[in-house]
Structures are given as C-alpha cells and as structure tokens.
Design a binder for this molecule. Structure first.
Ligand SMILES: *Cc1c(COP(=O)(O)O)cnc(C)c1O
Length: 354
C-alpha cells in the first residue's frame, strides 16, 4: 500500500528495524528515571536539535501530541489574550480549545490566498499570537518573510503549530517562541508523540506565570526535562524511535531542498493536467501538503480508482471534505511513489475522458 495521507503518514522504512532494536534494548521495560533512559532522552534531544538546526538556547520537550500543546499553551503561557490568526480547520480548532480553557482567545480569520497580518492594537507584551505554519486542512503555509515581520510588529510571544512542516521544512526558529508538532506527519514516525520547542522568552514567561495545576503544567515539565526526566511515564518507544531516526537523517536543509523540488514539480504537473489548485498564490502554497479541488463525483471517483491500485489519497478536510483531496509530500515517501501517483492520475483522466 502506498499512502499520501497527511497523517498518520508513511513511516520511514528504517523504523521497522528500530522497533526490533527497541525491544531488544531493554529500554522499554526500564524505569523512566533510570540512567539508560535519561541518556537516551538526552541523545534524542541533542539529535533533534542538531538535525533540525534548532538554536542552542531553545529548549525541547516531548509531550503526547500537538493537541496537548494547544492545552499547554492555553494553561501555562497565556497571561492575557491569545490572538489566533488562522485560515483553516486546525487553526480554528486551536482557538476554540484555548477559549474553552481560559476564555480570552480572539480569532482573526484570513483568506486562503492571503498571508496572516497583525494590525497593531491592544498587544501589551503579555499576549500570545498563535499561528499555524502549515494548515494541513487546506495546504497553505506562512512565508518566512511574513513570520519575520509579525515578529517585528508583535510585542508578546508567538506560538506556531508546525505539525505538518517540522522535520520537512527549515523553520525560521528565531521568528517565534513556541513551535510544536506531532510526529506522525513530516517526521515519518508512528503517532503518540509531540515535540515542543521553546525560546528563552517562552521559558521566562512560563516561570513568571508559574501555573502548576496540571500534570502537564509547563514549568513542571521543563524542570523535569532539564534533568532529562519526564513528569509522567512517557512514550519511551516514541522517543527511542525519534532518537534513532535523527541519527539516520540528513540535516533538515537538505530534506527541505528535496521536498521543495518535488512539491514544485507536483504542483506543476497537477496544473498542467488541468487539476484545480485552490491555493492559487504560489507564496501561500505548502510544499508538504498539497490540496487539489474537483467536483464531488470526481474526487470520490479518483479516490476509489487510486485505492483499487493500492494508493491512498488524503481526504479533504473541514468545509471542503468532499470537494478536495490532499497529497502529503512528506520526506519518508520515496520519489518512485510520486511517479506511480502521477501515472495513476493520468490513467484516471483517460479512463474518465477528463
Ligand atoms: C495533525 C495536526 C494536529 C493534531 O495532531 P494530533 O497529533 O492529533 O494532536 C494539529 N495541528 C495541525 C496543523 C495538524 O496537522
């Protein structure tokens, strides 16, 4: 089976051997305060920071998912308003969760072919601006230049959901204070682990707020990770796999180059074959999640046609669930599978006289 589903997505092939190694290592039956566990955690964080080019001063913690990061940010990093600038389902869901937790979330929607903007208003420095780097639901992404100008015009912290781009895109770390992702997208790992990256400013605000009412209160989690421990028994297997994977990967700049070339090729192919691309502005297009729009019957027909040939396409999401499909351009998917996909799309067109 070939899958272009944008999460859970195709695993890196080396994961199979790592699963066996994890079993035989004994780590999975070890106390999470033991020396071997702490050493493994420390190496996984070092490997991640090295391969993803995370600034030295930024701290890394592992949690269970991107969704948990929404909760942690709302509980432990929001002292005043959280402003959520979004154009799709994940950004909107984040705002809704935050609002249920603290009741001070404000949404600012923007359009599919636009970039987020911040019009200076009530920002006091105690606020937090929440952005979705790659909106997995519609295939848009925020340009680096836009993040850097948001950084220059917003006084408070900036938090970015990078679930569908971290480990596939060279992220501009210094343009934000909190970055997070789940590993079942661009990391090509099994689900059940979240990665959260925090700037020194984010750590300071965590300390100042000092929220300590939850098992995942950020100050408590950070204190533990600084000793290479975790507050609760973590996903040891997930951390092990991530650490091993980091050893095997190229630096993220190399991976990002490959994805950009492949993504641009795919956008070109799709447009050339008459497929409609709802994200028309090239600057707003994600290189890791590509959305294609078509009539309901064509989308249903194509997904079924592909599935009969062993190819899984991503369903549409949210409002355009039935009139779009998505193609993950994640690093674990080999080039050869994209050639098979292109052939399948051509065959579908011929079979349906499109
Ligand atoms: C997948 C995804 C999430 C949710 O990830 P979970 O692992 O289910 O918590 C959040 N945000 C974005 C942008 C996503 O793509």
């Amino acid at each position: 089976m070939i899958t272009f589903y944008p999460g859970p997505s195709r695993l890196y092939p080396q994961i199979e051997a790592y699963l066996g190694d994890a079993y035989h290592s004994g780590l999975l039956s070890m106390n999470h305060r033991s020396q071997p566990f702490m050493k493994m955690l420390s190496a996984a964080i070092a490997g991640l920071k090295e391969k993803l080019m995370i600034p030295e001063a930024y701290e890394v913690i592992f949690v269970s998912s991107a969704t948990e990061c929404w909760e942690i940010i709302a509980q432990s990093l929001t002292s005043r308003t959280s402003y959520h600038i979004y154009n799709g389902a994940f950004g909107k869901k984040w705002k809704e969760y935050a609002h249920k937790i603290h009741g001070r979330a404000e949404g600012i929607a923007y359009q599919l072919n636009e970039q987020p903007q911040w019009a200076p208003r009530k920002d006091t420095g105690d606020d937090i601006l929440c952005l979705t780097h790659t909106e997995t639901s519609n295939g848009t992404a925020i340009a680096d230049s836009v993040l850097s100008s948001l950084r220059a015009s917003f006084n408070g912290l900036i938090a970015v959901d990078a679930t569908s781009s971290m480990a596939g895109v060279a992220l501009p770390w210094m343009s934000a204070d909190v970055w997070y992702a789940s590993v079942q997208k661009c990391f090509g790992l099994p689900s059940g682990l979240g990665v959260m990256v925090l700037s020194p400013r984010a750590a300071e605000r965590t300390k100042r707020i000092g929220e300590d009412a939850h098992y995942n209160s950020l100050e408590f989690v950070l204190d533990n990770f600084r000793k290479f421990q975790t507050p609760y028994t973590p996903n040891i297997l997930g951390i092990y796999l991530l650490g091993r994977l980091m050893d095997s990967l190229e630096p993220v700049g190399v991976t990002a180059g490959v994805l950009t070339r492949r993504g641009a090729g795919l956008y070109g192919f799709l447009a050339g074959q008459g497929f409609e691309l709802p994200v028309r502005e090239a600057a707003c297009r994600s290189m890791t999640v590509i959305t294609v729009e078509a009539e309901r019957s064509v989308v249903a027909g194509l997904k079924a046609f592909a599935l009969e040939r062993g190819i899984v396409l991503g369903n549409g999401y949210g409002e355009k669930k039935e009139t779009t499909f998505r193609i993950a351009n994640f690093p674990a998917i080999p080039d050869a599978e994209f050639e098979i996909l292109k052939e399948c799309l051509l065959n579908f067109k011929t079979a349906n006289r499109l």
